[in-house]
Design a binder for this molecule. Structure first.
Ligand SMILES: C[S@@+](CC[C@H](N)C(=O)[O-])C[C@H]1O[C@@H](n2cnc3c(N)ncnc32)[C@H](O)[C@@H]1O
Length: 191
């Protein structure tokens, strides 16, 4: 395990809820209503999906590439599909899509090769998963749907906002929190 992974306190095959998870879960629970159909991409342990469903009354479904994460989320009662990003879901399906992506910039020399890399590494820029997510997510959003995306200062909030604009989204920062190594922002993206 690299020091990056150790710094995040990750010791299992499944990303355990951390500051970023709590921030996204709290903000998302305030932003969705009980009639919304919500997708959490990259659900990990299922903590965010479960929290949002419990607090808002919304139906929340989830995806993750990691089969261990899918099992963990299902154990929490989250309907979870093993999938890449939003690929299996139908067009215009979701009122809200949530994502706490892998976002740590990772040199090739630092790369490790396990489910924690899938959970944490955003490639050299930190945006290797965020960029394809931004290209894909519009397809599954209902016409007035919104995206809640957790972004770190390590990843570059301005760069993410620029890519989102290229994909037709306007962005607003709903909440920021500062930590010793980074600040975290929840972006709300609307078309
Ligand atoms: C930073 S963790 C967040 C986990 C959880 N949502 C949370 O906030 O605690 C990122 C998650 O995204 C998943 N992931 C990474 N790439 C993915 C992809 N292309 N499609 C679906 N899930 C992906 C990882 O397996 C991991 O569970």
């Amino acid at each position: 395990m690299t020091d990056l992974a150790e710094r995040r306190g990750v010791e299992t095959d499944v990303y355990q809820p951390a500051e970023d998870s709590h921030l996204l879960a709290t903000v998302a629970a305030e932003q969705v209503g009980q009639d919304d159909l919500v997708l959490e991409v990259g659900t990990g342990s299922g903590y965010v999906a479960e929290h949002v469903a419990t607090e808002s009354g919304a139906r929340v479904v989830a995806s993750d590439l990691n089969p261990h994460a899918c099992r963990s989320a299902r154990e929490r009662g989250v309907e979870t599909v093993r999938a890449d990003l939003v690929s299996p879901f139908r067009d215009d399906a979701f009122d809200a899509v949530l994502f706490n992506p892998p976002y740590l910039p990772t040199d090739e020399s630092e790369a490790w090769d396990d489910w924690m890399e899938v959970a944490l590494s955003g490639g050299e820029t930190g945006r290797a998963v965020i960029d394809p997510f931004l290209r894909a997510v519009g397809r599954v959003l209902a016409p007035d749907g919104r995206v809640l995306l957790l972004v770190s200062s390590l990843t570059g909030v301005d760069e993410v906002v620029d890519t989102a604009a290229t994909e037709g989204f306007s962005a607003a920062a709903l909440r920021d929190e500062s930590y010793p190594f980074e600040s975290l922002t929840v972006l709300k993206l609307l078309r």
